[in-house]
Design a protein around this ligand. Structure first.
Ligand SMILES: Cc1cc2nc3c(=O)[nH]c(=O)nc-3n(C[C@H](O)[C@H](O)[C@H](O)COP(=O)(O)OP(=O)(O)OC[C@H]3O[C@@H](n4cnc5c(N)ncnc54)[C@H](O)[C@@H]3O)c2cc1C
Length: 337
């Protein structure tokens, strides 16, 4: 059997390694746009306070996966799935293209969600969703530090990642203003009194927090970028952090059933019986996306066992919780996940 996996995040890599541990003979090919190896996405939001991050964030090189008998096609994007002949088309130079699969695992993850009013301004802001994004942000920041300028950032979005990034930049010595649309921070994950606690921690670290903000757009002014939200304010750079968007486009193009993500049943199977989906991109029958490391790894290990004939029962989500990686903050109540 030839199993093709698209994506080298925690979903794709955990599945590939676990499936290999069950089956020495099946062919496993992992196709990914990444070039840097398999890295820890949660560490992205600690990407400014740690100097060695660009190396220490790598959990496994692609060569290490290859040494474990997994074929890795890196720096390559899958552009189409042909379900009638069970092939995927790949960009770049690949000796066999399109590639035939018996089972296909979609682990394409998610990109940053950009609210519609911000879409005309994509040239004017950064996101922090991948290692490529982090490297671009670090390079920009370093260019300011080299001119003895203290970077002045605006973060748009006071959810989990926005608060983490604001915190990490502030403890690294930068000026940070955090714009949030709601009347309290991380309102989806935190109890109201924990939001108050978080506000105090961020303010103490020097973050200027602006709540109830209606950000309408951005503008370029010489080497500054302006945020238009009531009074206009100027910054060196902006980071938009307004949630995530499952990368379900490939599945949609192939005619698979999609909603917010790729629809799967409790066996992680899509509307095509040869195709499965895992991770940020998979939408379970209860309408949920389990966009956290622990349940994703559980899905991936479960599917590996299922395809290897070791699991008979459907996947059930593990009990899990999360925490915000904001320096100096501990919530009193459990998070909503
Ligand atoms: C800044 C940040 C901080 C976070 N912190 C935490 C945390 O503290 N705790 C926690 O549990 N979770 C955290 N998360 C969420 C967690 O990281 C994600 O839920 C998880 O990494 C998703 O893994 P995935 O494998 O589904 O997708 P991804 O990690 O998004 O991987 C998808 C992969 O697919 C590749 N790909 C996509 N389309 C194609 C294509 N067409 N062809 C080839 N390759 C393709 C991409 O290049 C990528 O390598 C954080 C996320 C971010 C962004």
């Amino acid at each position: 059997m030839h199993v093709i996996i698209i994506g080298s995040g925690v979903a794709g890599v955990s599945f590939a390694e676990k499936f290999r541990s069950y089956s020495a003979d099946d062919e496993i090919t992992l196709i990914t746009r990444e070039n840097d190896g398999y890295y820890s996405r949660p560490l992205l939001s600690r990407g400014f306070s740690r100097n060695d991050i660009e190396q220490s964030i790598i959990l496994k090189t692609f060569d290490k996966l290859r040494a474990g008998n997994i074929t890795v096609i890196s720096g390559a994007g899958v552009t189409a799935i042909n379900r009638s002949d069970k092939t995927v088309a790949i960009t770049g130079s690949c000796k066999e293209n399109p590639l035939h699969y018996d089972k296909l695992v979609l682990a394409t993850g998610s990109s940053a969600f950009i609210p519609p009013p911000f879409r005309p301004y994509t040239e004017l802001f950064f996101c922090l969703n991948s290692l490529v994004d982090l490297k671009a942000l670090r390079k920009f920041r370093q260019s300011l530090l080299n001119q003895n300028r203290k970077p002045d950032w605006a973060i748009i979005g006071g959810g989990l990642i926005g608060c983490e990034v604001a915190s990490d930049l502030a403890v690294s010595g930068d000026h940070v203003t955090l714009y949030h649309a709601m009347d309290r921070l991380m309102e989806r994950q935190l109890a109201a009194d924990d939001s108050v606690l978080l506000l105090g921690v961020l303010q103490k670290s020097g973050v200027k927090v602006l709540l109830n903000q209606d950000v309408q757009g951005f503008a370029k002014q010489e080497d500054k970028v302006c945020v238009k939200a009531g009074p206009t304010a100027e910054f060196d750079a902006l980071i938009v952090s307004c949630g995530f968007k499952p990368r379900a486009g490939l599945a949609e193009l192939a005619g698979l059933e999609t909603g917010r993500g790729i629809k799967v049943d409790q066996f992680m199977q899509t509307s095509d019986e040869a195709i499965y989906a895992l991770g940020d991109v998979a939408e379970l029958p209860n309408g949920k996306l389990y966009a956290f490391i622990l349940p994703i790894r559980s899905q991936a290990h479960w599917l590996a066992g299922f395809l290897a004939g070791q699991e008979k029962e459907c996947w059930t989500p593990p009990v899990f919780t999360t925490r915000a990686k904001v320096h100096g903050f501990e919530a009193v109540h459990p998070y909503n996940v």
